[in-house]
Design a protein around this ligand. Structure first.
Ligand code: PMP
Length: 384
């Protein structure tokens, strides 16, 4: 029998039929007029959807390449970068900066907490930073950074580019580049866009495009804004082969976002997240991120006493549900689940029923239907 496998990890997320269909289409030439039209609509559509006054680059690669692209086009050797870290992915910028011979300072929060905005301001006053990096949602901790407050403060530091890692957030968590003074933002296809992995999107505003121009020649080739700008403006030109089917898939995802409406999409994420987090708590799990800075795209759950990590996740897998383990200090102590993108209430009730069954299988007593009841009650009370 074919066993359906549900990817309920924090990315890749489930790919729904209208998007999956694009992956299986017969490939076309990148010079085909109909592809050129589709690519252009995607580039301009994504720019407008997230209020970017500059250029959007949807390119083949994953989120990590977008991180390198953001740094490569904002800095030169010897510059100072300020890294604000809320976990494993915030820390990833450290090695990227070190390899580029950049000077960097890091402020890290205890896992589950945030770096206070006042501490960020004090550090920015210490020296002229070329850029500040921060993850909107750090996937290792489930912490959502106060990006609007940071953006408001960034108006005091016009020489510092505000780089936002939106990999586990964009399309699920509210963001407005213009209103929040965000200069560079990026995400990857496999998260809240609900597309197969392999394409990322980077948005660069006018200020960051000017910074790139002022840098002159940079060592990086594939990820140089200057190489791609002519193609993004006129996709009939060639620099490197676009990921044709992923471009179509991302366009289908963008169209779903447009028809749902971003506001409604954010509200759906918020409602589902708060309801499912209550349900997890009713089973004895602890949501690591503090209540005031908790993501809506995923949940990082510390196990109740006595629930063993691997047997639990294996029991979930036997039920056809894939969930992720903890990272760093939470290896063996945490289960991470994604609830972003094009998932719905039925996916989440199946996930909760899996949790209940898997818990019983590892010997942890759970009343039948308990968590699902909490979830549905919450949805009905605040939702409809
Ligand atoms: N940043 C964040 C916040 C992430 O969650 C991830 C991936 N989990 C990355 C960056 C790296 O993205 P990728 O795995 O697509 O390279």
């Amino acid at each position: 029998m074919y066993n359906k496998k549900r990817v309920m990890i924090p990315g890749p997320t489930p790919v729904i039929e209208p998007i999956r269909y694009q992956m299986g289409r017969e490939v076309q030439a990148f010079g085909d007029p109909s592809f050129i039209k589709d690519f252009k609509e995607l580039i301009d559509g994504l720019r407008d959807l997230f209020a970017c006054n500059g250029q959007c680059f949807p390119l083949a690669g994953t989120g990590t390449l977008a991180m390198e692209m953001a740094i490569a086009n904002a800095t030169k050797a010897g510059d100072h970068v300020f890294i604000v870290s809320h976990g494993y992915f915030g820390d990833r910028f450290i090695e990227i900066c070190a390899r580029k011979k950049l000077n960097y300072d890091v402020l890290s929060a205890e896992w589950g907490q945030i770096v206070p905005v006042e501490d960020i301001r004090s550090q920015l006053r210490q020296k002229p930073y070329a850029a500040i990096t921060i993850s909107h949602v750090d996937t290792s901790t489930g912490v959502r950074a106060p990006i609007a407050e940071i953006g408001e403060m960034m108006a005091e530091f016009p020489e510092t580019l505000y780089i936002l890692d939106g990999v586990a957030a964009t399309g699920g968590e509210f963001v407005d580049m213009e209103a929040m003074n965000i200069d560079v933002m990026f995400t990857a296809s496999q998260k809240a866009f609900g597309v197969c992995p392999g394409i990322f999107v980077l948005w660069a505003n006018q200020k960051s495009l000017k910074r790139r121009k002022d840098l002159g020649l940079i060592p990086e080739y594939y990820i140089d804004y200057e190489k791609w700008l002519p193609i993004m403006q006129d996709p009939s030109k060639y620099f490197a082969t676009p990921a044709i089917n992923l471009v179509w898939a991302l366009k289908a995802s963008m169209e779903i976002m447009r028809s749902e409406g971003l506001k409604a999409r954010y509200e759906r994420h918020e409602l589902n997240a708060r309801a499912i987090q209550k349900a997890f708590e009713s089973l004895g799990f602890r949501v690591l991120a503090g209540a005031n800075h908790r993501a809506v795209t995923l949940s990082n759950l510390v196990y109740p006493e006595g629930v063993p990590d691997l047997p639990f996740r294996n029991a979930m897998l036997e039920l056809g549900i894939n969930v992720a383990g903890g990272l760093g200090p939470y290896v063996g102590k945490m289960v991470r689940v994604g609830h972003m993108g094009n998932i719905d209430e039925s996916d989440l009730t199946v996930l909760l029923s899996g949790f209940e069954t898997a818990l019983r299988k590892v010997g942890y007593k759970v009343e039948y239907g308990k968590a699902i009841g909490v979830y549905l009650k919450e949805i009905e009370a605040t939702g409809n």
